[in-house]
Design a protein around this ligand. Structure first.
Ligand code: XIL
Length: 327
């Protein structure tokens, strides 16, 4: 059964992704985060596109704001992310030589990680290295760093992060590793291959992050996920759930029915993970349906709002909140 059934429930640190703009505009949102979370992670504030408006300057405005909020409220902070295809500024397309790429990537990581040394305890160093549909486990997503540095961009990034904060937990973060199907099995194999190659070369990596963007109507490959986790455990790496939410694209309109199915899907996932290796943290990708990335990508056909997160748009807890709080 769920750990909820245990006499003394463990408390896995729970956290959520945060938007700086909403923190400024919406006091109730900040209060909900402070009340529910032990950990925060900026949803966008530490991405390249936000930090690097141009080649010469860094803009730490939003990241510093969120760090100050975390500090004020006694919360821990995770960092997301140092190398990701999804939020590169346009000017970075001009990086084409190997030497320049290595310098840009390394100096960026050095500047950002050392700024929060001792405060950001855990970093998503490399995010989503696998292509959507890898042709083989060795296949990597094509973007500026893999185009210029090949597969070496990954060890380069982990080495730079470790040099900048030797105490930080360094995480390889990926999505779509939990579902039924060949494409997901290939993605799992790819992540294991990357982790193994880092360890073989003596390069520090400490954990695998499972994003956990679940689809309420998509089957979880319990066996596939659990054997993946056993491999991770055998490598002595930790596991974190970094971006949990449940995409309710295909679910019925009725809120109670929908919320129950969402909670069930999250329970199945967390339980499968926990049976093999209890996650060292569970973070949802936002705390409230008021601020979620889901509708931008997965608008519901019936026109009702998505309900992927632990609190509804009025900040009231839903069944998903209880699942996580009991976990
Ligand atoms: C998303 C944010 O939530 C959106 O607000 C933004 O527009 C795009 O990025 N996987 C990740 C996150 O690792 O960084 C993504 O965040 C969601 C998917």
């Amino acid at each position: 059964g769920l750990p909820a059934m245990a006499a003394a429930p463990r408390k896995i640190p729970f956290g959520a992704a945060v938007r700086g703009g909403a923190l400024t505009a919406d006091a109730a949102y900040g209060a909900a985060l402070a009340e529910r979370c032990r950990l925060l992670v900026p949803e966008g504030g530490l991405k390249w596109a936000v930090l690097r408006p141009n080649r010469e300057t860094f803009d730490f405005g939003e990241a510093d704001q969120i760090a100050a909020f975390a500090r004020r409220n006694g919360l821990g902070l995770r960092g997301h992310t140092l190398a990701w295809y999804g939020a590169m500024p346009a000017w970075a397309e001009a990086i084409t030589s190997r030497v320049e790429a290595e310098w840009m990537l390394t100096s960026h990581i050095e500047t950002v990680v050392s700024r929060y040394r001792g405060f950001i305890g855990s970093w998503d160093v490399v995010n989503e290295p696998m292509p959507d549909k890898p042709a083989s486990p060795q296949d990597l997503r094509h973007f500026v760093w893999s185009k210029t540095l090949g597969a070496d961009y990954i060890p380069i990034a982990f080495k730079a992060a470790h040099a900048a904060d030797p105490a930080a937990q360094l995480v390889l973060n990926e999505y779509d590793v939990e579902f039924v199907g060949q494409r997901f099995a290939m993605r799992r194999a790819g992540i294991l291959a990357i982790a193994r190659s880092l360890l073989d070369r003596g390069i520090p990596i400490h954990a695998i992050g499972l994003q956990g963007h679940l689809f309420a109507d998509r089957a979880i490959d319990r066996d596939g996920l659990q054997s993946f986790l056993r491999e991770i455990k055998a490598m002595k790496l930790d596991v974190l759930v970094t971006e949990l939410d449940v995409i309710d694209f295909g679910l019925p309109t009725d809120f109670a029915t929908r919320d129950a199915l969402i909670a069930k899907k999250a329970t199945d996932f967390l339980q499968a993970v926990d049976e093999v290796t209890p996650p060292s943290a569970v973070l949802t990708w936002g705390i409230t349906d008021r601020y979620t990335w889901v509708p931008i990508y997965f608008t519901r056909p019936d026109g009702t709002a998505n309900r992927p997160l632990p609190l509804d748009s009025d900040l009231r807890p839903k069944p998903l909140m209880s699942v996580i709080e009991r976990f």
